[in-house]
Write a protein that binds this ligand. Structure first.
Ligand SMILES: *[C@@H]1O[C@H](CO)[C@@H](O)[C@H](O)[C@H]1NC(C)=O
Ligand SMILES: *[C@@H]1O[C@H](CO)[C@@H](O)[C@H](O)[C@H]1NC(C)=O
Ligand SMILES: *[C@@H]1O[C@H](CO)[C@@H](O)[C@H](O)[C@H]1NC(C)=O
Ligand SMILES: *[C@@H]1O[C@H](CO)[C@@H](O)[C@H](O)[C@H]1NC(C)=O
Ligand SMILES: *[C@@H]1O[C@H](CO)[C@@H](O)[C@H](O)[C@H]1NC(C)=O
Ligand SMILES: *[C@@H]1O[C@H](CO)[C@@H](O)[C@H](O)[C@H]1NC(C)=O
Length: 474
């Protein structure tokens, strides 16, 4: 999820990119150890039984207090959450980021900055912080608490967006150390930067938890590794956020991220053959003549963001496909088109948004079927808009009306899982507004506002039905 979006106007693509067809879906060559989730055809399995799930996202666990982590997982468990996606990146300590303004999280108790990687401008080297109080060691507790609550985790290795560092942080670091990096796409193509990313991935996968004594790669609490949150050819809001000219201005070069995803997923499997790997993309297509091509924000269909979700899914070492959708912003809905035409967004657009989100879900289910691999609806968010001018809402009718429609589609179309963005436990001490719920998609499991009373309608009931599919099938 990205807080702000750019309505970039992109040239319409006419070229279709030639995409390598790597995959042989079907039976896994070798079953993973007990408790690991694995794909077989369009379904997920665990210990020989199907694993349909409902889940959620809560991105900030690595800098939350232990009691808040426990409270969140306890609430998630009550809502039948079986998989939870969270950030495993914290690349920029405040003083090291390009304009020093980027938010760096701090520990809830001593208010020290939490960071996993930073660039040391004296040694010109990237350093890791493995401390259990201020560094990667904090994630040991996230995994252990998740396990205690019967929940599996999707850890995400970096961010396309500059929140907490991300891809542009790698680029800034290399630029500062005298490497000629300039473009967002250098992250996917420039060997020294790719090596730095691989080092991080290897560092995490081989970390031994101080709590369980197990390496992360041996821990079945990890559902799947995720390459990045929403990788695209372009970032947002830093000097490193534009793609190299010619690389992403049409669908013809959508290969840049596909090749990167192929290389990185293959690398991960050499370190850890048992966990699944996912890209973490938003699910854009590269098919200029696809349905709705003229209906929607263009890069959703023409590969212009460098994303081709079907090509990702066909990669040999990508096990599960992902897609995201925000009712109120980009992806497959007409929000930008309407706003660009001078219309204020408002309640009258909701039926159109609802229809387009349904189309988006159907298109992705169809891709899973065509390729023969599982696909999950990894981020879905609808803003409650209570009290927003133009909506006149005093109750959360938008989510209450729309989420059951989307949830039913997920169930009926055979998607392997879906995950609301995002679940919070309750108001907690917080260094930033996001942690405290100014994300207008958030559900608080302990209702403090009218719009928090519907957690079961929005996700809980659906999660329960998804889980019940397993007992029917097995
Ligand atoms: C990094 O160090 C160089 C000297 O090696 C200095 O010129 C530059 O201002 C420093 N950059 C930052 C962001 O501190
Ligand atoms: C980790 O970060 C904290 C807080 O910034 C710092 O005090 C500590 O020295 C760091 N640890 C390492 C190993 O760099
Ligand atoms: C990248 O490094 C070069 C050479 O040191 C410098 O001139 C340029 O300003 C840097 N780019 C940014 C965006 O800071
Ligand atoms: C939504 O889709 C249905 C079925 O395709 C169609 O009948 C209806 O007109 C659409 N509504 C809007 C607002 O686009
Ligand atoms: C919202 O309420 C105001 C005042 O009651 C009214 O003027 C306006 O037309 C309403 N807007 C909508 C979209 O219903
Ligand atoms: C979080 O937000 C709630 C509701 O606005 C407020 O009452 C509480 O004081 C906030 N907590 C912190 C730590 O900012």
């Amino acid at each position: 999820m990205k807080a702000a979006f750019l309505a970039t106007l992109l040239t319409l693509a006419t070229a279709v990119s030639a995409v390598p067809q790597y995959t042989k879906p079907g039976k896994p060559e070798k079953l993973p150890p007990k408790g690991f989730v694995y794909p077989k055809g369009r379904e997920l399995f665990i210990d020989g039984k199907t694993f349909y799930f409902g889940g959620t996202n809560t991105y900030y666990l690595y800098y939350a207090a232990k009691q808040d982590i426990d409270a969140l997982f306890a609430d998630a468990k009550k809502l039948n959450v079986k998989v939870l996606r969270t950030w495993l990146f914290a690349e920029a300590a405040r003083d090291y980021y390009w304009d020093k303004s980027e938010f760096s999280p701090v520990t809830p108790d001593t208010q020290e900055i939490v960071w996993f990687q930073r660039f040391n401008n004296n040694t010109k080297k990237i350093e890791y912080n493995d401390s259990t109080h201020t560094g990667l060691g904090r994630f040991d507790y996230v995994l252990e608490s998740a396990k205690r609550h019967g929940i599996k985790i999707i850890p995400v290795f970096t961010n396309n967006w500059n929140n907490f560092g991300g891809i542009d942080w790698y680029l800034q670091s290399f630029n500062q150390s005298g490497h000629p990096v300039k473009w967002h796409t250098d992250f996917y193509t420039y060997k020294p930067v790719k090596d730095a990313y691989k080092n991080w991935v290897s560092h995490v996968i081989n970390r031994k938890s101080k709590i369980t004594g197990k390496k992360y790669k041996e821990d079945p609490t990890v559902f799947a590794w995720e390459l990045a949150n929403e990788p695209r050819c372009m970032g947002w809001g830093t000097p490193w956020s534009t793609p190299e000219p010619g690389l992403c201005d049409s669908g013809k070069n959508a290969k840049v991220i596909i090749n990167w995803a192929d290389e990185m997923s293959t690398y991960i499997k050499t370190l850890d053959p048992h966990h699944m790997v996912m890209v973490g993309d938003e699910g854009q297509f590269n098919r200029p003549n696809g349905p709705g091509y003229n209906m929607v924000w263009d890069d959703v269909w023409n590969g212009a963001s460098g994303v081709d979700t079907e090509a990702f899914l066909r990669l040999k070492n990508i096990d599960v496909g992902t897609f995201h959708s925000y009712f109120d912003y980009s992806w497959v809905n007409d929000a930008y088109k309407y706003v660009e035409k001078g219309n204020a967004p408002g309640a009258d657009l909701d039926p159109i948004f609802s229809n387009n989100t349904a189309t988006w879900i159907k298109e992705h289910a169809a891709v899973g079927k065509k390729v023969g691999k599982p696909v999950i609806f990894e981020e879905i968010g609808v803003e409650y808009r209570v009290g927003t001018p133009g909506y006149n809402l005093t109750t959360d009718t938008r989510r209450v009306k729309n989420m059951p429609i989307f949830n039913k589609l997920v169930e009926d179309l055979g998607l392997a899982g879906s995950m609301y963005w995002q679940l919070n436990s309750k108001w907690v001490r917080s260094p930033d507004g996001w942690y405290n719920g100014t994300d207008y998609h958030a559900i608080f499991a302990h209702p403090v506002r009218e719009q928090d009373k519907y957690a079961n309608i929005i996700m809980g009931n659906h999660n329960k039905r998804m889980w019940a599919k397993n007992s029917k099938k097995n």
